[in-house]
Design a protein around this ligand. Structure first.
Ligand SMILES: Cc1cc2nc3c(=O)[nH]c(=O)nc-3n(C[C@H](O)[C@H](O)[C@H](O)COP(=O)(O)OP(=O)(O)OC[C@H]3O[C@@H](n4cnc5c(N)ncnc54)[C@H](O)[C@@H]3O)c2cc1C
Length: 308
């Protein structure tokens, strides 16, 4: 494995300027938790991204994809092999009337602000979601009764069979999921269809939703957003609150007092702390309501089998 990785590092350096060895992943994810990647590759633009993915798929070498890292928990032991981070640089945006094509690393709140300035409605819900466009499509990110599935017309992906377009209608969108979660497709860009509207109305709606978010969700300590999926017809946060979990903590991982479905990293929490706390929360909710909560965050790296 070590000599294969050495070869791969060298080959990757020919294709990408930013290849890091034994790179701690905590600074690259919203939770600020996690051990090192054997190799972290950060393409500077779409050309480098295509070259890196083409190479890894060609060698049939497994790799993990990270967008803005806002919905992942990285293992304390880190991630073996290659992690590909898609963000800054892979973020070109092209407007054509109400149609927008955004590269997968585009920061979603930035795209929402650009659309609002142009008087284009449809992305207001996303202004407070710290995602990349690629990660938001894969997760079908949403808020305020809207989600990416409302606006995604098409995505371009790279798969072992090559590059192809998939229509939004064929992405299997449902609550916080899409067929893209099954891998191994990497999202290169997304085409979104927005609606022309008065720019002030779009901006006002976006600001009102941001205010509402700031009043009802914790701002400040690192987190990965909601930790559990909402069970059908209910809210995980409501059940966790009623089960008396607010303020519960394991090490520096703590259930938020503001929104019970958030686990915060209030200092130096480990992934182990987060999962131990999540297990306690699950157990209390199961005991009180008979509801089995399911993690919304994605686990990345070397976890024990029981972790998920
Ligand atoms: C403070 C906070 C608030 C949040 N609020 C919300 C909210 O209101 N609504 C909501 O839905 N979510 C919310 N989230 C969660 C998170 O922002 C979303 O799930 C988002 O879609 C993740 O995007 P990302 O780019 O950070 O993806 P990551 O977390 O980096 O990755 C998520 C998954 O997508 C995959 N992936 C990422 N990019 C690609 C790509 N280009 N190609 C293929 N696979 C890819 C990864 O492998 C991983 O499996 C919040 C998170 C935080 C920290």
């Amino acid at each position: 494995m070590v000599s294969v990785l050495k070869d791969i590092q060298q080959d990757l350096r020919v294709r990408c300027r930013d290849v890091r060895v034994s790179e701690p992943l905590a600074p690259h994810v919203a939770f600020r938790i996690g051990g090192p990647a054997d190799v972290l590759v950060i393409p500077a633009d779409m050309g480098e991204l295509r070259a890196v993915i083409g190479y890894l798929l060609g060698r049939v070498f497994p790799f993990a994809v990270l967008g803005r890292g806002s919905n992942v928990l990285i293992a304390d032991r880190g991630v073996r092999g290659v992690v590909l981070k898609i963000g800054r640089g892979v973020d070109r945006v092209t407007f054509d009337g109400a149609r927008v094509i955004a590269e997968s690393g585009t920061y979603l709140p930035h795209l929402a602000a650009l659309a609002a300035t142009r008087g284009l409605s449809g992305l207001e819900f996303s202004a407070g979601i710290p995602a990349s466009v690629g990660g938001a499509v894969v997760m079908n990110a949403g808020a305020h009764g809207h989600s990416m599935s409302d606006i995604v017309a098409r995505v371009r992906v790279l798969t072992p069979e090559g590059e192809r377009d998939i229509a939004g209608a064929d992405l299997g969108f449902a609550y916080r999921t899409s067929i893209l979660q099954a891998g191994p497709a990497v999202v290169l860009e997304a085409e979104l269809h927005l609606r022309p509207e008065d720019p002030d109305a779009v901006r006002e709606r976006m600001e009102a939703w941001l205010r509402q978010r700031n009043e009802t969700q914790p701002v400040g300590p690192p987190s990965s957003g909601c930790i559990f999926r909402n069970p059908p017809g209910d809210h995980a946060g409501r059940l966790i609150d009623l089960a008396g979990c607010k303020g519960l903590h394991v090490g520096d991982a703590r259930v938020s007092d503001v929104h019970a479905n958030y686990i915060l990293n209030s200092g130096a929490a480990s992934a182990g702390d987060v999962l131990a706390l999540a297990a306690q929360v699950r157990q209390r909710v199961r005991a009180q309501f008979g509801v089995e909560l399911v993690l919304e965050i994605k686990l990345l790296g070397e976890f024990d089998d029981a972790a998920a």
